[in-house]
Design a protein around this ligand. Structure first.
Ligand code: DP6
Length: 388
């Protein structure tokens, strides 16, 4: 007998950052967060799950390498929760094969290398949960599946939807209301593109999991952030998305990235995720926006940084060419990794400086290189690719 299903899931990058847990076992956050799902045509995790009565244990391969499923660990929890939901289906429909009693073999891979500098845990856990949901034919909504993905990695719960996604922190101690909801689908605002500037693919440094725990234990600024800043920002950015107000969306996104890194600095001992190149890109985007605003226009780009030095720049499609030209002019070493719209060819050779750009700003760019550029855009949610 062969029971098998394959699903793929996207990466997401937060505009309002998740940073802090109120329950480390269930992965319940200290604040709500909101992200943009990136296009899985370009960046994705793909996972195949198989159940068979002959399997003697659960096994998982990640990019071809056997991974350990530690009892009580995050992978184990996700697989156990999915089997529990399958058991409920079997109890309702006695003719269904008893897949919940079989072991599973799970094979997962990312179509982006670590050199892409992107965390793969969000797309990875979302693909795992989606493939098991397809294998088990669960009638579960994306929000229900997000409750399980959340227990693999907090940010993974947001990869169960496409478009613009909120993770509502919830208040129940059992975590039943800490889930992802769609703010707007991709097709509401498909013009939102993302340019990822990979500064370093180094996985060293403080992990999100341990870093945020230390912040919860030591930062007074985090308490201010979760009580007095994030709730209002969640409302404001959701409204900006619904109105397709890029100026407001960009302002809030940059403010929240900056506050997240301030909270990391406020941790004891302090945590530094951005480096000089990250700060140079902030200066570049700031100058680019200043020129637009002083000419009576609006913000044209927003930077955001996760727990590392790599920049993600959100911008409406019409500005991407101009921004690529600018980044490549000042960081000519940057190599394309994904260029689905063919904008990198000849970039920065001429032009690269918008009218009115203060080139003195460029002094601070002489600090290092951008290694890789990835151009992508807002995308859809997990896809089931095959069931048999
Ligand atoms: C800075 O989801 O990786 O990217 O829940 O411990 O697995 P765990 O942490 P993780 O943290 C992500 C932190 C962030 C912000 C965000 O994605 O919202």
């Amino acid at each position: 007998s062969l029971y098998q299903a394959t699903a793929s899931a996207p990466v997401n990058i937060a505009c309002i950052k998740y940073w802090g847990k109120r329950d480390t076992k269930l992965i319940l956050p200290t604040n709500s967060s909101l992200s943009v799902t990136l296009d899985q045509d370009h960046l994705r995790s793909t996972t195949t799950s198989r159940a068979d009565p002959s399997f003697s244990e659960d096994k998982l391969w990640l990019n071809g390498k056997l991974d350990e499923i530690k009892p009580g660990g995050r992978l184990w929890t996700c697989i156990s929760e999915m089997k529990r939901m399958r058991k409920e289906v079997e109890d309702q429909k006695p003719n269904e094969p008893k897949l919940s009693a079989m072991h599973v073999h799970i094979c997962s891979h990312n179509n982006f290398p670590t050199a892409a500098g992107l965390a793969s845990s969000a797309s990875g856990f979302a693909a795992l949960v989606s493939s098991l949901a397809a294998l088990y034919k669960l009638p579960a909504s994306p929000s229900t599946l997000s409750l399980i993905a959340r227990q693999g990695s907090g940010s993974a719960c947001r990869s169960l939807f496409g478009g613009f996604v909120a993770w509502e922190m919830g208040s129940s101690p059992d975590g039943s209301d800490s889930l992802a909801v769609e703010v707007a689908p991709r097709d509401h605002w498909p013009e939102i593109h993302a340019l990822i500037c990979v500064v370093s693919d180094d996985k060293k440094g403080t992990s999100s999991t341990s870093g945020m725990q230390r912040t919860v234990e030591t930062s007074a600024l985090l308490q201010h952030r979760i009580k007095h800043v994030v709730p209002e920002r969640m409302r404001a950015i959701s409204a900006a998305i619904k109105e397709k107000n890029f100026d407001a969306f960009a302002r809030i996104t940059m403010q929240d990235s900056n506050q997240f890194h301030a909270v990391a600095l406020d941790t004891d001992p302090p945590i530094f995720y951005m480096n000089d190149v990250s700060r140079a890109i902030i200066a570049l985007v700031t100058e680019y926006n200043r020129v637009s605003v002083e000419a009576g226009g609006k913000l044209k780009a927003a930077y955001t940084y996760d727990a590392g030095p790599n920049a993600v720049i959100y911008t409406p499609q019409e500005n991407v060419k101009e921004i690529v030209d600018m980044v490549v002019k000042y960081f000519p070493q940057a190599q394309p990794f994904k260029d689905p719209f063919g904008l990198f060819k000849g970039a920065g050779v001429q032009g690269g400086v918008v009218e009115g750009f203060n080139t003195a700003v460029a002094k601070q760019f002489e600090v290092g290189a951008v290694k890789t550029l990835i151009h992508t855009r807002v995308g859809d949610g997990p896809r089931v690719l095959g069931e048999e």
